[in-house]
Design a protein around this ligand. Structure first.
Ligand code: DGJ
Length: 707
């Protein structure tokens, strides 16, 4: 069979005629409606020549490449059966290599299931390929050991070809409070591999591996990308072979001995989520956001959160928190979240993780009085937990030292160890403790933290699987509960846990300058409304940098908005500005949380211009952000992308909180007038003169279709 899957301007053509696993003939722009005969012609025409000093048949990259197919690049699947060849047991000592196509079938209009295995048997790989209506491709393998000896699997990756014009690679790295720093380079012969061994994606998570045409940007260039929907160890790679084959690959990083499949058992890989676009990174985001939104629709408007962390840290005192509740209610907060510090003995970050009952010293009447206050002021209540962790200084660790994961003498991290969730007793304990909390208090939301790497060789797969089981269990028993994935900020943002949570904590830095950069890149994959962004104090706790309230408000508008600031210490004027910002957020969130994200490619790295345009392109909200001093006296124009080129729009400044400070002797004429009315095409091509913002200032604009 030659299968052609098409959706939303994307095509995937798979030559599944054997004898090897299917070959992707095309993954890119839509090829239109092709007949079977045309597909056969395409497959024939696409057969490459045989060069000198090479295998004597055209070398094709299959979905599961192995040396047995003539492939000398990184194999897509690797492993061996236990034992030594000739030890009497069929298959013993053989490597996984000789893969043949057995069957291919359609399970839906854009869904295929493919079965491959060695001619001699011993293994069956079932590959699911599915193209969503937004053009998002998902692929995974299920590897079944059909031999009579154990199969030691070391890799089962999803490998997709990219064309030769994709010669630039983008992926991400980062640090605590500086997640998703982009890094780019030329694609060269060899493999550019990013592996994570944190037992969580980590702050340096590669996140997406993108290959594209030279110089691709947010709004231009052809791009292809893969992401692994998995929260444990993983590898993403881009490879170019001297043969001329280029590819992107993704798979779980399996430690030696981690995946030993006894006879008749199955390993299911995480889904690889793959997207392509002819319209740069924004094109990738449009597909991904549309797909994520359809898959995980919001339960309702995203409530404005107040999180207590940077307001009180571990200083839990009912009177103080009551004043914070009242201040939050006064400005219009909708959800009050009690962060770390509420459980028995948790007076600092060195102890008590695991002892998940309310601290009788600091909360003698339990959390009830606080929860009642929160709810009586019209907010719902959220609570911080870090279930996978345990402090050596805790009753839990003292009672059950055998429940801890990893070697006893391994270093602690933030003074904590990891609870082995794969241990049924530890799992039951957690399940019971969390259930009891959720049944005792009306908790609308859990902030689920994870503040260290696992550092347990070979333990990440079982731990991650058990975590998913625990989250899924809780969702069944508490279907209205919302959960946020946090890992010392944005250390666990992926589409694996994304199936089970409702929000991500994007980073521990509330410094708006950091947040501008982090949000820009995190939102390539994740829609804004899944990404928590909080208004912090005037001097950011993590960086010590002082920024204006206006800049902080404008920054925290884009995302799932919240506050992480001791509002009781704010002035009346500041609180009034915060109230105005919340009112604007509530008015704008239907647009911000359903619209299309557009990011202009600015020739000046000190200026970012981005916005959200609603689905029917009748309105948009845009932010011009000055990260630093502009590179020229007259700034780069405001080119507003994403609007309908044919319609006319009224563009006007949107004032939320204090006005941005500027350098200009006189503002541009249209800003003096207060608006400009121009066609979308003009706004995108020529744009409007931008105000001369001081560094660390942001100006907001709205565009509304007129007529
Ligand atoms: C790390 C998180 O990212 C913070 O927001 C906060 O919840 C602390 N942990 C609490 O310990």
């Amino acid at each position: 069979m030659i299968a052609h899957l098409r959706a939303a301007g994307a095509s995937l053509v798979l030559d599944a005629r054997g004898p090897y696993p299917p070959v992707v003939l095309h993954w890119g722009g839509d090829l239109g409606d092709l007949t079977e005969a045309e597909l056969t012609d395409l497959a024939e025409a696409a057969t490459p020549p045989v060069p000198p000093s090479a295998v004597d048949q055209p070398l094709r990259l299959t979905l599961l490449p192995t040396p047995g197919q003539g492939w000398t690049g990184r194999p897509g699947i690797a492993g061996h059966w236990a034992g030594r060849p000739g030890d009497g047991r069929p298959g013993a000592g053989r490597p996984v290599d000789d893969l043949r196509l057995h069957t291919v079938g359609r399970t839906g209009p854009r869904d295929l299931v493919i079965e491959c295995g060695p001619a001699a048997g011993g293994l069956r790989v079932t590959t699911d390929v599915s193209l969503s209506e937004q053009g998002v491709l998902r692929v995974r393998h299920q590897v079944r050991n059909t031999a009579e000896v154990d199969l030691h699997l070391t890799a089962a990756d999803v490998v997709l070809p990219v064309p030769e014009q994709a010669d630039e690679v983008l992926d991400f790295t980062g640090l605590w409070a500086h997640e998703r720093r982009p890094q780019r380079g030329r694609m060269r012969d060899g493999t550019w591999t990013r592996q994570t061994r944190h037992g969580r994606p980590g702050h340096d998570d590669p996140y997406l591996m993108v290959a594209g045409t030279a110089g691709f940007g947010f709004r231009h260039g052809q791009v292809w990308a893969v992401h692994l929907a998995w929260s444990g160890d993983k590898q993403l790679y881009a490879e170019r072979q001297a043969t001329g084959h280029s590819l992107l690959g993704a798979g779980e990083l399996l430690a030696p001995g981690e995946m030993i499949l006894p006879p008749d058992s199955i390993y299911t890989t995480p889904w690889t989520v793959a997207v392509c676009s002819d319209a740069g990174l924004d094109g990738l985001s449009e597909r991904l956001h549309g797909w994520i939104r359809a898959r995980r629709p919001l339960r309702g408007p995203r409530p404005v959160v107040l999180n207590t962390w940077e307001a009180v840290y571990f200083d839990h005192d009912l009177d103080r928190l009551t004043r914070l509740v009242d201040a939050a209610a006064q400005v219009g907060v909708e959800r009050f979240v009690l962060d770390d510090g509420w459980f028995t003995g948790r007076v600092d970050d060195r102890r008590a993780l695991g002892d998940w009952s309310v601290d009788p010293q600091r909360w003698p009447a339990g959390l009830g009085p606080l929860v009642d206050r929160v709810r009586s002021r019209g907010m719902d209540f959220g609570l911080w937990v870090e279930p996978e962790m345990v402090s050596p200084d805790s009753d839990l660790a003292r009672a059950h030292p055998d429940w801890l994961l990893g070697p006893t003498h391994a270093p602690t991290w933030r003074y904590q160890r990891v609870l082995d969730l794969d241990n049924p007793d530890a799992y039951r304990y957690l399940r019971e403790r969390l259930g009891a909390l959720l049944d005792t208090y009306p908790i609308a939301y859990l902030k689920w933290d994870h503040n260290r790497d696992l550092l347990a060789a070979g333990g990440a797969h079982r731990q991650t699987t058990a975590l998913y089981r625990l989250l899924a269990d809780l969702r069944v028993t508490h279907p209205d509960l919302e959960i946020e994935s946090c890992a010392s900020g944005g250390g666990r943002i992926d589409l694996g846990i994304g199936e089970l949570v409702d929000r991500f904590w994007t980073s521990d830095t509330n410094d708006p300058l950091d947040r501008q950069r982090i949000l820009r890149w995190t939102s390539v994959l994740m829609p804004l409304e899944y990404l928590g962004g909080h208004l912090g104090a005037g001097t950011a706790h993590v960086t010590g940098r002082a920024t204006d309230l206006g800049f902080r408000l404008a920054t925290a508008l884009f995302g799932h908005a919240g506050i992480e600031w001791d509002l009781t210490a704010a002035t009346d004027a500041e609180r009034a500005d915060v109230a105005g910002w919340i009112a604007a957020y509530r008015r704008l969130r239907p647009l911000l949380h359903t619209g299309t994200l557009v990011r202009t490619d600015s020739p000046d790295p000190a200026r970012q211009l981005y916005g959200v345009v609603d689905a029917d392109r009748s309105a948009g909200v845009f932010a011009l952000v000055a990260l630093d001093a502009a590179r020229s006296a007259l700034p780069v124009p405001l080119r507003l992308a994403g609007l309908d080129p044919q319609r006319r729009y009224r563009v006007s400044p949107l004032r939320i909180g204090p006005a941005p400070t500027t350098l200009q002797v006189r503002p541009p004429a249209w800003l003096q007038r207060g608006e400009a009315v121009l066609p979308g095409r003009v706004l995108a091509e020529i744009g409007l003169p931008a105000p001369l913002l001081h560094p660390q200032q942001a100006a907001l604009f709205t565009a509304e279709a007129v007529g």
